[in-house]
Design a protein around this ligand. Structure first.
Ligand code: HEM
Length: 691
């Protein structure tokens, strides 16, 4: 159909319409008269090459995608601030740590590691936890994970690790999962991965929410004060909502229920004003303490238990604003461990040293130009001056003749440009023993890195029996997917150095005989258990930040529904109404409500607890609906609280729900919200045979 373009009439200008919309323009600012039809020779004629509006639009669209991150491609992010509780001037001269109460803007991105940008949010995987602090001394990036140790000790193994875990080279699958041959082949041959594997197979890698996981800087870093004194530091983020994970069956079903589960959860929480918050804790220690530890603080496969070096809480991060644009901010943000500010420094950790090269290098490839620091999300928010010039996509327009330093042009009345400043500039710490290390050029691991099993054993032994069963079951699940028959016995042979009991459990779960134990490169030490490493021993009993799914039918008790909703909100939780249809659910008092989710598309794994507020007729009807039976069965199987009305008993029976402390009558709403504030791990032996 022909569409006539009309010139501006009364009230319109070249840049605004009379409806006060800005006028659509091309990238050159040329106003567009028709955005519905391309330019043709006649109504049914060929499209003309002359149509610069069409060509510019399609040209730009054709190049919308950029390379995704080689790792951590799938991520979600938010803006916020870091607020310092107390001055750390005695420890570091870093500007952001000087003044109690001061807020520094931050941008935080959470990610999975193995999957592509379009992969699901809930595979078993390590989560990235990267924070960019826009300080007055430039950007400081703390690029960590939700696990305090890493798979490898030396960056030269990183490409091998990532090749092994990502999709296999010939077949292009599996996407976003470690349960396959090449990953476990690599693990079987790399005993240094033992400690991280214990964490990866624990519930840490299936978090309930990005808002409910810890973050760690992993490496040992340095803080330097104004007198030049060095203190070693390890960084910890502690979530205000407490730690919580899903159970594996729930994580698997979440992949079907909502591919964007974590992204949606973070976005909605911030939109609702429930701002996620973490406290920043530091483990601070000196060289003498480092020397006294039975492991090397430069080895990224080791942690220092909180019980050995306590964590000092020094501030909090609040995420209070969603990105305006996913691509411009979340996708284009470039975190870089080498973004380091005066008052802090690196250590000789060989994994960290490799990272210092890798990120800047890959970001040139990903973002296409050395000028990616000028993209607003990456740009510092303090003055920035130097003599770096030109390059692709140069956005700034430097003034003056002098583009070199030193220069004497200022003597000729021109601004000669910036100069170095030995007082405030970044200087590397001098005189730390690990920086004094010298010797022949060697490709060698230090002796102190040889013990791969003691901390893996410490981690396993610090877990509750239920958590240990989850680890054993996860390993059995993953190794069951491995088709190379020589790999599982090799993995179990290594695991015998961690725990004979764990190795025997895994062998039994796989139906394999126990293989001979692998030799360990260093004797396994019996380290004290660290209860701080267990999720279940540190969980909060709370509905804060959690969500309840309320299943309703026509005839549901309106008074009880209202009381339940109010009780959930009073306890800090949120709720969604689920029903067989979305519109016009008629309650007992004749009023109607709209549901938030249709039953067959809103399974109970999306919630932390469920309430069944059903009429007698509705309950009988739902007992014949597979989605309803599964809703209840999964809530029970995923160890969640179930609140019910008398009439719901029919559905409970059909779903084989057995009475326990988590199955409560809704007549007392406070009893329900209390019950809904936790998971029922002691129920698990009744619903699942774990390894
Ligand atoms: C302690 C070990 C490590 C941790 C905690 C870690 C953490 C992270 C995180 C959180 C991201 C995502 C950043 C974002 O949200 O954009 C990331 C990306 C990346 N990491 Fe690491 N990583 C580790 C080791 C390594 C090593 C050893 C290398 C290479 C030698 C490496 C190379 C990369 C690369 C190339 C990216 C993509 C960066 C981008 O495209 O912007 N990482 N890492």
């Amino acid at each position: 159909m022909k569409h006539d373009s009309t010139p501006p009439t009364g009230g319109e200008t070249h840049q605004t319409t009379n409806a006060s919309h800005p006028v659509l323009t091309t990238n050159q600012g040329i106003p567009v008269a028709d955005n519905q039809n391309s330019l043709k020779a006649g109504a049914r004629g060929p499209v003309l090459l002359e149509d610069f509006i069409l060509r510019e639009k399609i040209f730009h669209f054709d190049h919308e995608r950029i390379p995704e991150r080689i790792v951590h491609a799938r991520g979600s992010a938010a803006h916020g601030y870091f607020e310092l509780y107390e001055s750390l001037a005695d420890i570091t001269k870093a500007d952001l740590f000087q003044r109690a109460g001061e807020k520094t803007p931050v941008f935080a991105r959470f990610s999975t590691v193995a999957g592509g940008a379009g992969s699901v949010d809930t595979p078993r995987d390590v989560r990235g936890f990267a924070v960019k602090f826009y300080t007055q001394q430039g950007n400081w990036d703390l690029v960590g994970n939700n696990i305090p140790v890493f798979f490898i000790q030396d960056a030269i193994k990183f490409p091998d690790l990532i090749h092994a875990v990502k999709m296999e080279a010939d077949r292009g699958y599996p996407q976003a999962g470690s349960a396959h041959d090449t990953f476990w082949d690599f693990v079987s041959l790399m005993p240094e991965s033992a400690h991280m594997i214990m964490w990866a197979m624990s519930d840490r890698t299936i978090p309930r929410s990005l808002r409910m996981m810890e973050g760690f800087g992993v490496h040992t870093f340095c803080m330097v004060n104004s007198e030049g004194k060095n203190t070693f530091v390890k960084f910890h983020w502690k979530p205000k909502l407490g730690l919580q994970s899903t159970v594996w069956d729930e994580a698997l079903k979440l992949q079907a229920a909502d591919n964007d589960y974590h992204r949606r959860d973070l976005f909605e929480a911030i939109n609702q004003g429930n701002y996620p918050e973490w406290e920043l804790g530091l483990q601070l220690f000196d060289q003498a303490t480092a020397d006294s530890l039975p492991y090397d603080v430069l080895d990224a496969t080791k942690l220092i238990p909180e019980e050995v070096v306590p964590i000092r809480i020094i501030g909090r991060m609040v995420l209070d604003r969603n990105p305006d644009n996913f691509f411009a901010e979340t996708e284009q943000v470039a975190f870089c461990p080498s973004n380091m500010v005066p008052g802090m420094d690196f250590t000789n950790d060989p994994l960290l040293q490799g990272r210092l090269f890798s990120y800047l290098d890959t970001q040139k490839s990903r973002l296409g130009t050395t000028n990616f620091h000028q993209i607003p999300i990456n740009a510092p928010r303090c003055p920035m001056h130097n003599m770096q010039r030109d390059g692709m996509m140069q956005m700034s327009v430097p003034q003056g003749r002098a583009n070199y330093e030193p220069n004497s042009l200022h003597q000729a009345g021109e601004a000669g440009g910036p100069r170095e400043c030995p007082v405030t500039g970044f200087s590397s710490f001098q005189g730390r023993p690990d920086h004094d290390e010298q010797g022949d050029k060697l490709r060698i691991r230090p002796e102190a890195f040889a013990d791969h099993y003691s901390q893996a054993r410490m981690f396993y032994q610090s877990q509750t029996p239920n958590e240990q069963a989850h680890i054993a079951s996860a390993i059995v699940f993953e190794l069951s997917k491995v088709e190379l028959s020589h790999v599982p016995p090799k993995v179990i042979a290594n695991f015998r150095n961690i725990s004979e009991e764990l190795a025997a459990r895994v062998a039994k779960g796989l139906g394999l005989p126990l293989p001979e134990k692998s030799p360990a490169a260093a004797p396994v030490q019996e380290l004290d258990a660290s209860p701080a490493l267990s999720i279940q021993q540190n969980m909060k009993s709370t509905l804060d930040g959690r969500s309840v799914g309320i299943l309703i039918t026509d005839g549901s008790d309106a008074t009880l529904l209202k009381a339940t909703q109010e009780a959930i909100e009073a306890a800090g939780g949120t709720f969604k109404l689920i029903a067989e249809r979305i519109h016009n659910i008629a309650l007992s008092d004749g009023s109607t409500v709209k549901a938030d989710g249709k039953l067959d598309g809103t399974p109970s794994q999306l919630f932390d607890a469920v309430a069944l507020i059903l009429s007698a007729e509705g309950s009988t009807r739902l007992a014949k609906e597979g989605a309803a039976v599964q809703f209840v069965m999964d809530a029970f199987g995923h160890l969640k609280a179930i609140g019910y009305t008398d009439a719901a008993q029919v559905l409970l029976d059909k779903a084989h729900v057995e009475a326990d402390a988590g199955v409560v009558a809704l007549s007392r709403t406070d009893a329900f919200t209390k019950a809904a504030s936790r998971r029922y791990y002691d129920r698990e032996p009744n619903v699942r045979n774990l390894a």
